[in-house]
Structures are given as C-alpha cells and as structure tokens.
Design a binder for this molecule. Structure first.
Ligand SMILES: NC(=O)c1ccc[n+]([C@@H]2O[C@H](COP(=O)([O-])OP(=O)(O)OC[C@H]3O[C@@H](n4cnc5c(N)ncnc54)[C@H](O)[C@@H]3O)[C@@H](O)[C@H]2O)c1
Ligand SMILES: O=C(O)C[C@H](O)C(=O)O
Length: 329
C-alpha cells in the first residue's frame, strides 16, 4: 500500500503524514508539497515503523516520482480559511491546485483511490471528477470527498445527551456536503438511538454545521482545523485501506459521485445532487454501495435537507464549470 500525501508540509499534511507513517497498514509513504517536504520527510523517517518514506518537491519531476505506483492519494493541499471567509472564498486558489494535482493522478497513478480534503470540498470533488473524466480514467468508486470531520464533530458534540464514555461509539450519519447548511446530521438515525431535548436540537445541529468556524475563530488568523482534520482524514483513509485489504462491513459517510456507485442513482434522484455524502459501504473496489438514509430523515431533518440541496447544487456546478470552461489566466 503506497500512500501519497499531497500538501504534506501543511497544517493538516504534517500530522496526517505522522499518522500514516505510524500505521502498520502503510508500506510506503510518499510526501509531496511545493515546500518543506525534505524536512518533514527527514523528521518522520526516524520513526521505527514499517512504512518506507520518501519526500518530493515539484522540481526534478517530483510529482511523477511521488505519484507513480500510488495506491492512494490523500489531498490536503491548498489554503485554509481566515476569520470572515467562507469555504467558497477558497475556490479561487484551491480549485487550480486540486485540478493540477488530479491531472498528476490521472497521468501517474490513475488506479489510485483519491481522498480530497482541500476546500471547498463541495466543489473540489466535482473538479477532480471532471479532470479524471477528461483524461478518460474516472472511476467513481475510487473518488472520495473527506467529510469525516463532520461525523467526528457530531459524535463529540452529542455526547452530553448519550452518556457514552467513548463518543466514537455513537454512530451519527452526517450527510450532504461539507459547508454550513449543506452539512446535515441525521440525529434520528443515531445508533444507538439518542434522545436530544427538542429545545437543544437547533443549537446542536448548528454546532456541527458551523464547527469549522469555531476553530477558525479560535485560531484567529492562523488557519483552520488541522489536528482534528488529520485525525478524521486518517480515520477515513484507514477504513478505505482496511476495506481494500478485505475487511468487510465498513460503512462511513463520504462525498461521492452518486451515479457511479451502486444505490446512488436513487439518492441522486431524490436529492437532485450528483455529488452527495451518504454512508457508503467500502470494499476492495472502493465505494461498494451508497446507503439511502435520506428517505428515513424525519420532518426536522427534511427541512435541513431542503436547505442543503439548494446550496450544494450551486457548489457542484461551479466546480464542473471550472474544468469545462476554465477562467482566463
Ligand atoms: N475536508 C475537511 O473537512 C477539511 C478540514 C480542515 C481543512 N480543510 C482544508 O484543507 C486545506 C489545507 O488546510 P491546512 O490547514 O493544512 O493548510 P496549510 O496552508 O497549513 O497547508 C496546505 C499545504 O498545501 C501546500 N500546497 C499548496 N499548493 C500546493 C500544490 N500545488 N501542490 C502540493 N502542495 C501544495 C502548501 O505548501 C501547504 O504546505 C484547506 O483548503 C482547508 O480548508 C478541509
Ligand atoms: O472550516 C474550515 O474552513 C475547515 C474545515 O472545512 C472544517 O470543517 O474545519
């Protein structure tokens, strides 16, 4: 299992690379960034874990060397938010960064599982799909937008109503997209079931939808969530790797191209969105089956979903348009 982290020197990239280096399921870790990969690689290389590690900069065919033979490419490359910014404000810079990295995937490792962390995820994943389509190598089962941080937040914030000692033991499906109102926690589908007082529901939902803002505000200009994102990104990547290696029964919400995944057509029809995060069963081929829990939402959640569909559709079209009709340079 050769894993590439693209954007490896950044706030997410470094702790994510640390978790990958420590993971016994990873044989080969390849770090790629436009800066500082020699230092990050030298540092991590002293860890006595199984993964062989290499680091590359763009010079001397660095992307080709980093990506060739990769089984998985995880992408946290791009600028983060500052207070007052929306994720969509990152589009101008991050759209081009993701497009160019995905061109590298298409050329050097078209069979790889691709996990996109870079924001705005609602647009960067459609960008990735368009680039891969254009290169004739798009496999929707292998392209994932990482929305796990929303799931992790929901598990954490609901703990006060579950009484669970370990918050990760409560399964809360968080569906839709990854920004503000497009993030929809389906509390009614919690396992085990959880009773949230009615007067607390709005505040809890809002905290999950806008949890990213809490961190952006607290970091006060120094970026957005990095450590919790590295944890969440690793948690999702590890699940994909385990499924690829044959473990069955792994289901995790992730933002996928619905028409390309079994069960996805029905969800696309119901939501009106081609890209959507739903619990996806993972298998050796990647996304095995999309679970339609949209139809099980209660009335409160249906209202949230309506707002989600309205916002998400525009974000998706913006990403597709960026590749189909690139803006003048
Ligand atoms: N999906 C999520 O839930 C989630 C959560 C947190 C952050 N994010 C997003 O992740 C991205 C990264 O956040 P961060 O805090 O690590 O930012 P950061 O600025 O600390 O790190 C980004 C890294 O990307 C590198 N980079 C820039 N252009 C590159 C290119 N063309 N090729 C390779 N590397 C390149 C930079 O050199 C830097 O090291 C942001 O867009 C942020 O909004 C997503
Ligand atoms: O909020 C951000 O900009 C980063 C990330 O998407 C998050 O949810 O923390």
């Amino acid at each position: 299992m050769k894993v590439v982290v693209a954007g490896a020197s950044g706030g997410i990239g470094q702790p994510l690379s640390l978790l990958m280096k420590a993971c016994p399921l990873v044989d080969h870790l390849s770090l790629y960034d436009v800066v500082n990969t020699p230092g990050v690689t030298a540092d991590l290389s002293h860890i006595s874990s199984v993964a062989k590690i290499e680091g590359f900069l763009p010079k001397d065919d660095g992307m080709k060397k980093a990506f060739t033979g990769a089984d998985m490419v995880v992408i946290p490359a791009g600028i983060p938010r500052k207070p007052g910014m929306t994720r969509d404000d990152l589009f101008k810079i991050n759209a081009g960064i993701v497009r160019d990295l995905i061109k590298g995937v298409a050329e050097f490792c078209p069979e790889a599982y691709v996990l996109v962390i870079s924001n705005p995820v609602n647009s960067t994943v459609p960008i990735a799909a368009e680039v891969l389509k254009g290169a004739g190598v798009f496999n929707p089962k292998k392209l994932f937008g990482v929305t796990t941080l929303d799931v992790v937040r929901a598990e954490t914030f609901v703990q006060e109503y579950t009484g669970e000692k370990d918050p990760s033991k409560t399964v809360i499906p968080v569906i839709g997209g990854h920004s503000g109102e497009t993030i929809v926690p389906l509390w009614s589908q919690a396992k085990p079931a959880v009773k949230i007082p009615e007067d607390k529901l709005d505040a809890l939902t809002h905290r999950v939808q806008f949890g990213g803002d809490e961190v952006v505000k607290a970091k006060d200009g120094a970026g957005s969530a990095t450590l919790s994102m590295a944890y969440a990104g690793f948690r999702f990547a590890e699940k994909v790797i385990k499924a690829v290696k044959g473990e069955s029964g792994i289901v995790e919400p992730t933002f996928v191209y619905l028409p390309g995944v079994e069960g996805g057509d029905e969800i696309a029809k119901e939501t009106g969105c081609e890209f959507f995060s739903v619990p996806v069963e993972l298998g050796p081929e990647g996304a095995k089956k999309a679970h339609n829990i949209v139809s099980s939402a209660n009335d409160y959640e249906k209202k949230l979903l309506k707002a989600c569909y309205d916002g998400l559709g525009g974000n998706i079209s913006k990403g597709i348009e960026f590749v189909k009709n690139p803006p003048p340079k």
